[in-house]
Design a protein around this ligand. Structure first.
Ligand SMILES: Cc1cc2nc3c(=O)[nH]c(=O)nc-3n(C[C@H](O)[C@H](O)[C@H](O)COP(=O)(O)OP(=O)(O)OC[C@H]3O[C@@H](n4cnc5c(N)ncnc54)[C@H](O)[C@@H]3O)c2cc1C
Length: 373
């Protein structure tokens, strides 16, 4: 007979969303939690690995910031290039603005935090379908037949997960990236390059350490037109913006592509016994493709909804409806800001803003706007 696990809460996916949910459930006094992933950890995840100030706040709340900070590269400046070729450099001086923490490390540290709180982790568990009875989700079954039965199921499987996610329409950002050693870069500075060839998206250079940087592009495949050839587009971007600097560098490994799913709407993220969090709930920023903060925050809010119904006796439908309201409050405004920003990038406005940012007052306002978005 196949193995069976029983839990109060079962979670599919140990990325930032699933691990933050598990860690927060432990903080809230719920420790019969089973977290599964189709991989074991540490594992690679294709990602720029940038954590925004809001993400750092969440890591502090989860009690894992010191551990993450020790493994991260500090960022306190931004080099921005506009579609018209204007450049701006904004520094926050000694203030810490963001960090780059390789996902291999970040996700593993978050998982360890969840384990400290009592979570049981099952690696190589590829969830295949939900267990449903009397209109309620009661856990899930793996491809190899193992099953986890639980009072509450949280779905945190990211973009590619098909189990337990709602079938509402989703939009896709495409991305391709690589890693290099020995490329010149300004210390503690991220670069965002807006170029018409990938508008309204951008390319980036994120330093992961004193020696290693990741460089990538996000772009969209136009509806009804042939898809871009990712490698050709990336090569053209690299030749234009990094040709000289890459001459002295050594590429590490191969380029990796990965899509990012997003939506301007948030709905259908719960049903009896089930809460969807992170990128499985399409909680990714439509302009910047940021998803680590949104994953962790929605994981925490999902955990709080489960606690409200499981330990405080609140009606489940009410607690789950409040989860949906809270993630809307947390993210919708910035997602709509992202929609606006995508339009702005296709006009000369970003060039004007950067030209104006030579004025100190505009510089500080525009830096704040970028950070808030
Ligand atoms: C190229 C690229 C660059 C990016 N750069 C950034 C950045 O710099 N900063 C930022 O904030 N965001 C960035 N993002 C977005 C970010 O990576 C995601 O939004 C974020 O990882 C979402 O977290 P998650 O926990 O919801 O899902 P994921 O991190 O995708 O984790 C999902 C987990 O679920 C597991 N899983 C999936 N299906 C199953 C299944 N059926 N059974 C069991 N396990 C399963 C997977 O193995 C995985 O471990 C980037 C994305 C890409 C593609």
């Amino acid at each position: 007979m196949s193995e069976r696990y029983d839990a109060d809460v079962a979670i599919i996916g140990a990325g930032p969303a699933g691990t933050a949910a598990a860690a927060h459930l432990g903080q809230l006094g719920i420790d019969r939690v089973v977290l599964v992933d189709r991989h074991d950890f540490p594992r690679h995840k294709t990602c720029g690995s940038g954590i925004s100030p809001r993400g750092i706040d969440v890591l502090k709340e989860l009690g894992v910031w010191e551990a993450v900070s020790a493994e991260s590269y500090r960022i306190n400046a931004l080099r921005l290039v506009t579609p018209g070729g204007r450049e701006s450099f904004q520094s926050a001086g000694d203030a810490l603005e963001a960090v780059i923490c390789q996902r291999r490390t970040l996700d593993h540290l978050l998982l360890k935090r969840a384990l400290e709180g009592g979570t049981t982790f099952l690696p190589y568990f590829h969830a295949d379908h939900l267990i449903e009875a009397n209109g309620r989700v009661r856990g899930f079954v793996a491809r190899d037949g193992r099953e986890v039965r639980a009072r509450y199921t949280m779905v945190a499987g990211g973009t590619h997960c098909t189990v337990g996610v709602s079938n509402r329409p989703r939009k896709m950002i495409q991305a391709i990236m690589g890693w290099w050693r020995g490329v010149d870069f300004r210390p503690h500075t991220v670069e965002m390059i807006f170029d018409r060839m990938i508008a309204p998206y951008y390319g980036w250079l994120f330093p992961e350490s004193d020696e290693v940087v990741n460089i990538g592009i996000t772009y969209e495949d136009p509806e009804g037109a042939p898809r871009h050839k990712a490698r050709d587009l990336f090569q053209a971007f690299l030749d234009k913006h990094y040709g000289d600097r890459l001459q002295g560098g050594e590429q590490i490994g191969r380029w990796k592509g990965h899509p990012i799913a997003y939506s301007y709407r948030i709905d259908n993220v719960t049903s009896p016994g089930r809460i969807v969090i992170g990128e499985s709930a399409l909680l990714t920023h439509p302009a910047t493709a940021e998803g680590i903060y949104q994953g962790m925050r929605s994981g925490m809010l999902g955990a709080e909804a489960v606690k409200a119904t499981m330990l405080d006796g609140e009606d489940e439908a009410k607690a789950f409806a409040r989860y949906e309201q809270r993630i809307k409050r947390a993210f919708l405004l910035s997602f709509w800001g992202g929609a606006l920003f995508r339009k702005v990038v296709k006009t000369p406005a970003l060039d004007w803003l950067v030209a104006a940012s030579e004025q100190p007052i505009v510089a500080s306002v525009s830096a704040k706007l970028m950070a808030l978005m």
